[in-house]
Design a protein around this ligand. Structure first.
Ligand SMILES: Cc1cc2nc3c(=O)[nH]c(=O)nc-3n(C[C@H](O)[C@H](O)[C@H](O)COP(=O)(O)OP(=O)(O)OC[C@H]3O[C@@H](n4cnc5c(N)ncnc54)[C@H](O)[C@@H]3O)c2cc1C
Length: 288
């Protein structure tokens, strides 16, 4: 590994000022779990790393809002996220997802901001956050903005973040009356990278599904909201035929790709089974 410079800013403004938008070998490092793998394999050779670890506790704080949502600082570790009572109350799907996300050593240092910014399509939390309707707040040299998760992800390891823009906060809206589920299918150990990830979030009035969000990931180049499939559910109660039609619409809409974890046709069969299963589980567990 070649030598590189190391900076430790004290706030977001200082971190932004240390970036060089013309030089992509200058990067921020949060937990470093993804970055170090890329550096060790030679995929990424930095000239300067800007550690976000000196930003202070507030940059990783979890705040419960009066309206029922939560704001999570980008430097929040995945372990702290998984141990948060605010997260457990507002969005228990995150707690369940974290149980099979990698291992405790990675979760102790990996941060939510780094997790979302890395944009590896196999990651578990991006589809969950998309299904929850989460947004990310960014700080940049010129301005700050709010992006939905669909706006954040552009493609394979590609986000809409400018080279001098960082994620500072993740906002999850109130989930009252909603029920969310994330199912991942891994072809190896349960805590391995998924072959397919499916996240479903429903809001019901009695038997009728008022709002539905369906997101597929891992089998696609980025997490994708399957809008046609979710529209088919809205305004109706579920029946076996509607569930089948929804799955077929999802299969038609999802641009599934082949990779080392399986062919696109194999993933198509997985999506058919896992999507129906996720919808049925979500419908059983509406949070009151
Ligand atoms: C052994 C192993 C197993 C894993 N298994 C899984 C798994 O099963 N499921 C899963 O979902 N994930 C898995 N992961 C991935 C893990 O979740 C990510 O590596 C981790 O979440 C990245 O967070 P980090 O803070 O370490 O990011 P870093 O490595 O610090 O950064 C990652 C990227 O994001 C950028 N970045 C960091 N913070 C910000 C910010 N605030 N704003 C903008 N850009 C930023 C960095 O410049 C870098 O490009 C695994 C990782 C390892 C090492």
């Amino acid at each position: 590994m070649k030598a590189f410079e190391w900076e430790q800013p004290r706030d977001w403004g200082e971190a932004i000022s240390m970036l060089d938008p013309r030089d992509l070998t200058v990067r921020v490092m949060a937990g470093g779990t993804a970055l170090m793998l890329m550096m060790k394999s030679g995929v990424f050779q930095p000239t300067r790393l800007i550690s976000l670890q000196g930003l202070g506790q507030e940059a990783g704080a979890i705040v419960q809002e009066a309206q029922g949502g939560i704001r999570i600082g980008a430097l929040c570790s995945l372990t702290a996220l998984g141990q948060s009572s605010a997260v457990a109350t507002t969005a228990p799907v995150i707690i369940r997802t974290l149980k099979t996300l990698s291992n405790v050593r990675v979760r102790n240092v990996a941060t939510l901001g780094g997790h979302l910014a890395h944009a590896d399509p196999h990651m578990d939390l991006p589809p969950v956050m998309m299904a929850l309707g989460a947004t990310v707040k960014t700080v940049g040299a010129r301005s700050s903005r709010t992006l939905t998760m669909s706006e954040l992800y552009r493609g394979y390891y590609e986000t809409a973040l400018e080279p001098d823009e960082l994620i500072c906060e993740i906002v999850i809206p109130s989930q009252v009356g909603r029920s969310a589920v994330y199912l991942k299918c891994s072809t190896r150990a349960a805590d391995d990278w998924p072959t397919l990830g499916v996240a479903v979030n429903v809001k019901c009035d009695g038997d009728v599904i008022e709002k539905a969000r369906i997101v597929v990931s891992a089998a696609t180049e980025k997490p994708i909201e399957l809008v046609a499939a979710q529209t088919l559910l809205e305004g109706h109660s579920i029946s076996p035929s509607r569930l089948n039609d929804c799955a077929e619409l999802a299969l038609a809409q999802a641009p599934l790709v082949s990779d080392a974890r399986g062919t696109a046709s194999y993933k198509k069969e997985l999506l058919r089974v896992y999507l129906k299963r996720a919808i049925q589980i979500a419908l059983k567990g509406t949070i009151s």
